[in-house]
Design a binder for this molecule. Structure first.
Ligand SMILES: Cc1ncc(COP(=O)(O)O)c(C=O)c1O
Length: 415
């Protein structure tokens, strides 16, 4: 038997049929008219924003990283709650414009931006976080053609990394950002060209559960921003300190305590160099804001045994939820928080592998876990599924039906 990850506290104490945003999963399945589905409880997203505001210094602005979950209702919710948004593509730009975001508070990072994407971003007044000198040239040429002064920031590839992060995006050779030593020359060239230079974007990693490592990387980012500003001879208007706040997915993970991060950030801001006195600072978070708000729900289609082992075959799997199957950045598959949704809190009486319908051994939602007896028709819930779920999955693989997405907010269900 293998352990499952910790069920998020918003759901952990439930007994009997799982409810999401106060609505029983069976009712959500009926409303959707099908399984599998993702359900996002926006009340949890709001609670996360409140927890962030309570723990972080007042001056720290909060941006939502749309890539974590680009569902239109989720974006719209965060437009109303956060101070800005961060994009990774022109497709996400279209969605945030449709959600009514204030584009002056939207930034766009990502290597290999295509010309139409750069053009759309400049036309909307979105800040481009430049990833290279050649991208800067392209942006300047497009802006000139449009007759616009582009809002440009430079994404810095810092010499340091976010220690212990699931994904390292700084320190060493990287496709992301401009190596820190080359940043002053690039910023001077932007200023010479008459661009509206906004500042720095320093993103050193994501999915860290170590408050000290996050605090260290934030302090190092503030020091680096000051050093670069002095070399450039101009203070940045904004410094995006990245994010990296992780959530627990597996039994090996524990919850991130953000209180010490807030305290350390307060101290680092208080001690910052004078060159940054009037600079605005922000953090951009995705999964920490929405990850625990989402649950993936699938129905058991079959119950079978093979060589003494029990398999529950569900109608959902890796084609909707690549991450839970262990094939999205995990070296070894470890179980996500998974439960039989109709029997929350019930005693486990058997050991089962929950497999999906795809013809590949990779398609497992849970491997050898302890479950209460479950059979055909029962629902399975995979928690911590609100970020990098459906959009990070190979939905066309093998041509199975897609998953519905349900948004629950204040007792209202939208499909
Ligand atoms: C530039 C950038 N911003 C934000 C994020 C969001 O990260 P997370 O969802 O882990 O907060 C990522 C993730 O890779 C990123 O690369």
């Amino acid at each position: 038997m293998k352990p499952v990850g910790p069920i998020p506290p918003f759901f952990a104490d439930q007994q009997g049929e799982l409810a999401i945003g106060g609505i029983p999963v069976g009712e959500l399945a009926e409303k959707a008219g099908r399984t599998p589905f993702y359900a996002y409880d926006l009340g949890i997203a709001s609670a996360q924003v409140e927890a962030f505001r309570a723990a972080m210094p007042k001056a720290i602005e909060l941006h939502y990283a749309v890539k974590a979950n680009p569902h239109p209702a989720v974006i719209k919710h965060f437009v109303g709650l956060t101070d800005g948004l961060d994009l990774a593509s022109g497709g996400e730009l279209e969605k945030v414009v449709a959600a009514g975001a204030e584009c002056a508070e939207v930034s766009f990072a990502g290597p290999g931006k295509r010309e139409p994407e750069i053009e759309a971003a400049i036309a909307h007044g979105v800040t481009l976080n430049l990833e290279s000198e050649t991208e800067a040239q392209r942006a300047l040429a497009i802006a000139e053609r449009l007759g616009k002064s582009p809002r440009l920031a430079v994404r810095v590839n810092p010499d340091f990394e976010l220690k212990g992060s699931g994904m390292r995006m700084g320190g060493g050779a990287k496709p992301f950002g401009v190596d820190q030593a080359r940043v002053p020359a690039l910023v001077r060239s932007l200023l010479d060209a008459g661009a509206d230079w906004r500042g720095f974007h320093i993103y050193s990693g994501s999915q860290s559960l170590d408050p000290q490592a996050i605090a260290e990387s934030q302090a190092a980012s503030i020091a680096l921003a000051a050093q670069l500003a002095k070399e450039i001879g101009r203070p940045p208007e904004t410094v995006n300190l990245g994010g990296g706040f992780g959530i627990p997915y597996t039994a090996a993970d524990s919850r991130l305590d953000i209180a010490p991060i807030g305290e350390a950030l307060d101290a680092a801001l208080a001690a910052r160099d004078d060159v940054l006195t009037s600079t605005r600072f922000m953090l951009e978070l995705g999964r920490w804001l929405i990850g625990e708000a989402g649950v993936y729900v699938a129905r058991i289609l079959d119950r079978k045994e093979s060589q003494g082992e029990l398999f529950l075959i569900a109608d959902g799997g890796m084609h909707h939820h690549l991450a839970a199957s262990g094939n999205f950045g995990m070296v070894m598959k470890r179980n996500y928080p998974v439960a039989i949704a109709s029997r929350m809190g019930a005693e486990a009486t058997e050991t089962a592998t929950i497999a999906g319908p795809l013809c590949t051994p990779l398609d497992r939602l849970a491997d050898n876990i302890a479950v209460p007896k479950a059979g055909i028709g029962d629902l399975v819930a995979v928690f911590a599924s609100g970020a990098y779920g459906l959009t990070a999955s190979p939905v066309n693989f093998l041509g199975h039906p897609g998953a519905a997405e349900i948004v629950v907010n204040d007792g209202k269900v939208t499909i």
